[in-house]
Design a protein around this ligand. Structure first.
Ligand code: F6P
Length: 344
């Protein structure tokens, strides 16, 4: 079927690199003479009624250095009542679309995978997330920019921790995966890192920290927001349409434990949404435009049900199905490789 008109949306938490990806898609589409419908607010914008506007080259010419997403986003899940996936199919037809590009993390791409599986909706995905936890792909746009922010923050915190002979606990985002926390800790030379992939061993953590504080007279500890202490109960916390609880605050608890158990003056810092803003890094400008262009190549060839990820260092179409209901935690061999940095 000849393609004439495609849609594009960005879903889930925003991050730097989304606009470069949109730019790649629009350039690829315009080169082929296609119309581009920019769907606003993620999946919410392709329910009933759809929220959209046409996207032209002028709309994307100068968006490379702009953080966030010009299309806006939401965490709406069409598979969660009162919505229904059929509504997406109806709006797709009402808008006269021949294909759809969905840019998002495991939630948005999981929905894309299900829409392809259940309705054969012609969809191509592009993986994004500062959490770096989309299965199969070696790159998620937004992660390298977020890392620049977290490492910069960690280094600044070290300066002030040293001056006051304090411990500082820095909390990063990352939800169920500790990539951002681990690589922040490695990149900034932190003294300890806690990630959701590993249960917290408090006695071991405290004895390591004591040894280090005696030597250095300051400490920087990085903790991922998704770390749960053994006595914690998240059951009553409200959840979003994908079932995720709103995280944040573990650093305060860890800071209190360090101060109470070791007698070290301790502060905590929750970086929060600062990690998701700002201008994309060079990598997060270059790769996403390539992903956007490759998405249009796949659409032209009628190859749907894929996301444009990175495999073995190259851009590649990877099955969307592999994202449904899955994330990519930090594997144990990576945790073990870096462990000595935090034990001496
Ligand atoms: O998009 C991923 C993420 O930034 C997670 O790291 C974090 O837990 C979550 O989004 C925060 O979501 P919200 O922006 O809805 O508060």
């Amino acid at each position: 079927m000849a393609i004439k008109r495609i849609g594009i949306l960005t879903g889930g938490g925003d991050c730097p690199g989304l606009n470069p990806a949109i730019r790649g898609v629009v350039f690829g589409a315009k080169q082929r003479g296609w119309e581009v419908v920019g769907i606003e607010e993620g999946w919410k914008g392709i329910l009933n009624p759809p929220i959209w506007r046409n996207l032209e080259l002028e709309d994307v010419d100068e968006i490379l250095r702009t953080g966030g997403t010009i299309l806006t986003s939401s965490r709406t899940n069409p598979y969660k009542e009162p919505h229904s996936p059929e509504e997406v199919v109806t709006s797709f037809r009402t808008l006269g679309l021949d294909a759809l590009v969905a840019i998002g993390g495991e939630d948005t791409l999981g929905v894309a995978g299900k829409l392809y599986r259940d309705f054969k909706l012609p969809i191509v995905g592009i993986p994004k997330t500062i959490d770096f936890d989309v299965p199969e792909t070696e790159y998620t746009l937004g992660f390298t920019t977020a890392l620049e922010i977290t490492i910069d923050a960690a280094e600044r915190l070290k300066d002030t921790a040293k001056s006051h002979k304090r411990a500082i606990v820095l909390e990063t985002m990352g939800r169920h995966a500790g990539w951002l926390a681990l690589f922040t800790a490695v990149g900034a030379g932190a003294d300890a890192v806690l990630i959701p992939e590993e249960p917290v061993n408090l006695p071991r953590l405290l004895s390591n920290l004591k040894k280090k504080y005696d030597r250095k007279k300051y400490l920087l500890i990085v903790v991922s927001e998704g770390v749960i202490l053994a006595d914690e109960d998240l059951d009553k916390t409200p959840v979003d349409e994908f079932g995720h609880v709103q995280l944040g605050g573990i650093s305060e608890r860890i800071a209190k434990i360090i101060e109470n158990e070791l007698g070290i003056p301790t502060r905590h810092v929750i970086l929060g949404h600062v990690q998701r803003g700002g201008s994309p890094s060079p990598i997060d400008r270059i790769v996403p435009q390539g992903q956007g262009l490759m998405a249009t190549e796949l659409i032209e060839k009628g190859e749907f049900g894929y996301m444009v990820g990175v495999k073995d260092g190259k851009l590649a179409p990877l099955p969307l199905e592999s994202v449904v209901g899955r994330i990519r935690p930090v594997p144990s061999h990576i945790i073990e490789l870096y462990r000595p940095l935090f034990e001496e």
